[in-house]
Design a protein around this ligand. Structure first.
Ligand code: ACO
Length: 372
């Protein structure tokens, strides 16, 4: 008998060679490569290759992979038409989930790896196209001279980003690509374990990432910053949240008991970009929230630190990415990790089917409807 653990806390639900986390020491590595090394030296394309193939590519392999990604930057017309039928109020994550599901019908008789590459290439196209349709702007065709990161910003805004902005966004994508058995990856693996097709697994993972306790937190953090308005209001805002027993979005983590290693890198980039743009109000507000939460939590013996979602939204704002796209941007990156995990799951599959501790009635007496 295995002891019951709410939310599967501490339960080892499977084996993986993809992402390693040490939550006590604040270590994150993909296939043994520390996240700091990848953020400094790699690109999103190379990181995606690493995750999918389990090793770093040679120059030739990376060029071929990059070429395949560029060739797959398009959507079938039927999917674009379907996208335009969605109500204007549809959140881009709901749109993404629906489009991924629809794309499954157009990706039959293709290998699992090639379907993964198609999805990685199509995520930015879905998100940029949808945003532009929503505001009645013409879609922008992809530019094959641009990297995965730069091309998304271009398709979104119609302007080629500066090399610095493109690189900063590329680093954001590297940082979000993989995180072991988090809720969305685990969701994808559970669906894969039933031998459902890749698009069914990925659309389920998108749904899981959407929630504010997972990837949806980055959008909520920025809403909080807007609500706070000024760093000097941060303490009162935090204390009010505590009084109402509300969580502070972007803080706390199931695995990390120290500051998330990705948050350090994101914070560093945010600090630099804020200084460059001479606009430090968001950064200063976030730092004030961080300090108040950490100190107040410490008094209660709890170790609550910023997670990956705490600084990312602010960084995207300074890159002119609208807040409704923060979680979809997370998905643009994480889709490579999801695909890697689904491939790994299928290499040594066993269906996920845990037990449930039944706490309901054992012997209910059926009363006919006329007598109830
Ligand atoms: N604000 C205030 N209190 C918090 C926070 C927070 N952000 N996070 C944890 N706590 C407190 C809880 O109230 C709880 O206190 P209690 O033991 O007195 O009840 C204790 O710390 C443990 O928290 P749990 O929610 O039980 O921790 P769990 O591991 O289940 O949840 C989670 C982790 C969901 C990330 C949580 O910290 C949270 O809700 N954070 C805010 C949402 C967020 O930022 N999500 C993104 C996470 S990163 C990602 O998914 C990409």
């Amino acid at each position: 008998m295995v002891e019951y653990a709410k939310g599967l806390q501490g339960v080892i639900a499977g084996e993986s060679k993809i992402g390693f986390i040490d939550g006590e020491k604040g270590i994150l590595a993909y296939l043994g490569y520390p996240i700091q090394t990848l953020a400094e030296h790699s690109t999103y394309e190379e990181t995606a290759y690493l995750l999918l193939y389990g090793k770093l590519p040679s120059k030739k392999q990376l060029n071929e992979f990059d070429q395949k990604l560029k060739e797959a930057r398009s959507l079938p017309k039927a999917v674009l038409d379907m996208m335009n039928l969605m109500p204007q109020t549809t959140h881009p994550m709901e749109n993404l989930q629906t489009m991924v599901s629809a794309l499954g019908s157009f990706s039959k008789n293709v290998s699992l790896l090639d379907r993964s590459i198609q999805l990685i290439a199509q995520f930015p196209v879905i998100i940029a196209n949808r945003r532009r349709s929503r505001f009645k702007e013409k879609h922008i065709s992809p530019d094959a001279t641009l990297s995965h990161a730069a091309n998304f910003l271009y398709m979104l805004t119609g302007k080629k980003p500066s090399p610095q902005t493109a690189r900063m966004f590329d680093v954001c994508l590297i940082l979000h690509a993989e995180h072991s058995f988090n809720a969305s990856t685990f969701t994808g693996r559970v669906v894969a374990s039933t031998l459902a097709p890749l698009h069914a697994c990925i659309s389920a993972a998108v749904g899981s990432l959407y929630g504010p306790l997972h990837g949806g937190a980055n959008e909520k953090v920025l809403h909080a910053v807007q609500e706070i308005g000024d760093p000097k209001n941060a303490r009162k805002w935090v204390m009010d949240k505590f009084s109402n027993k509300e969580k502070i979005m972007g803080m706390g983590h199931r695995v990390y008991k120290v500051k998330d290693p990705r948050a350090y890198i994101l914070e560093d980039m945010l600090k630099k970009l804020s200084a460059e743009k001479k606009d430090t109000k968001i950064y200063d507000t976030l730092k004030e929230v961080e300090n108040v939460v950490r100190n107040e939590m410490q008094k209660q013996g709890k170790s609550i630190w910023p997670n990956v979602d705490f600084f990312s939204g602010a960084l995207y704002t300074l890159m002119n990415i609208p807040d409704e796209l923060f979680t979809p941007v997370f998905a643009i990156s994480r889709v490579s990790g999801w695909c890697a995990h689904i491939i790994e799951q299928l290499e040594d599959n066993r269906i996920y089917r845990p037990k449930c501790q039944y706490i309901g009635e054992r012997q209910s007496t059926y009363v006919p409807i006329s007598k109830r």
